[in-house]
Design a protein around this ligand. Structure first.
Ligand code: C2E
Ligand code: MG
Ligand code: MG
Ligand code: MG
Length: 280
């Protein structure tokens, strides 16, 4: 039977998928070796300023080629969080993003802000701001080219979060609130701290197309972002129709309409695309 064919056999894995606990423990075990086995890499998704047609930044998204094939971050990030593996993994992500900033610089490409996702567990680690500082220093990266995306769950402990955010912003590093508008405490969060970027959850743009009321909620959130001097990014823009609606609103768009997250070489090759053409 499949089991006899060995642990790395795909059929074995597929059969055991039915057993949630087995899959989970296989993934957990593989995840603990993923860094040393060089199984991680980053993809980068472009962010386009809809008023100028310019590429203004990229989001780094973690990809894992596990021994069992591709596993989505939606599945492995929560496992990494529960096991604390997110600490070394998150560090690897920040370092790799910095190394990529330097590779692009060497190629003479114009500067872009690169943003990385940081989970609550990672952010709440006491040494986090110091870690960020050390990584920027050891990789010789200007903090202004680096952005950290956190979600509003990080703000549940608002006092601790505020202090950390201040420390991180002192390094020149930008702070983005990710998935904004998808949770419960959105407005409270941005009321109490200085942030640089507001990333509006895909849910809002999806609903915008469906009815007028959702459209006015989206417009309100965009205005709030502008009032607090944040860059506003609309996540998950997929259609020309959505772009047309957003065009006059002075926002930045990120989504499959422009590009999926791409390996660095592929992003390089479309860097100088006339993005404006996709907007007009
Ligand atoms: P996120 O940070 O909100 O990232 C955006 C997700 O939406 C990405 O999924 C991206 O591929 C996807 N996306 C972008 N444009 C579109 C679109 O037009 N339509 C649709 N349907 N999806 C779009 P991905 O890469 O699977 O990542 C999922 C989540 O996993 C991320 O959501 C983030 O929360 C987490 N994640 C990814 N990389 C990291 C990481 O390095 N560290 C941590 N802590 N979390 C990460
Ligand atoms: Mg994100
Ligand atoms: Mg998001
Ligand atoms: Mg998300």
């Amino acid at each position: 039977n499949a089991k006899k064919k060995g642990k790395n056999n795909y059929q074995f894995f597929t059969e055991s998928l039915s057993k949630e606990a087995t899959r989970r423990s296989l993934l957990e075990n593989a995840l603990s070796k993923a860094i040393s086995n060089n199984e991680f890499h980053l993809h980068y998704q472009p962010q386009i300023d809809l008023s100028t047609g310019e590429l203004v930044g990229v989001e780094a998204l973690l990809r894992w080629n596990s021994p069992y094939g591709f596993v989505s971050p939606i599945e492995f990030i929560p496992i990494a969080e529960e096991t604390n593996l997110i600490l070394p993994i998150g560090e690897w992500v920040m370092k790799e993003a910095c190394r990529q900033i330097n590779r692009w610089k060497k190629l003479g490409l114009p500067n872009l802000v690169v943003s990385v996702n940081v989970s609550a567990r990672q952010f709440h680690d006491e040494t986090f701001p110091q870690k960020v500082k050390e990584i920027l220093e050891s990789e010789h990266v200007d903090g202004h080219l680096f952005e950290i995306e956190i979600t509003e769950t990080v703000m549940l402990n608002i006092e601790a979060a505020t202090k950390k955010i201040e420390d991180i912003r002192k390094l020149g590093v930008k702070i983005a609130i990710d998935d904004f508008g998808a949770g419960y405490s959105s407005l409270n969060v941005i009321n109490s701290i200085d942030i640089d970027t507001l990333k509006i959850d895909k849910l809002l743009i999806d609903h915008m197309m469906e009815n007028k009321r959702s459209m006015s909620i989206l417009l309100t959130i965009i205005n709030v972002g502008k009032d607090i001097n944040a860059k506003v990014i609309i996540e998950g823009v997929e259609t020309k129709e959505q772009v047309q609606l957003l065009k006059s609103l002075n926002v930045i768009a990120q989504g499959y309409y422009f590009s999926r997250p791409l390996p660095n070489e592929e992003l390089q090759s479309i860097w100088l695309t006339n993005w404006r053409k996709l907007i007009d």
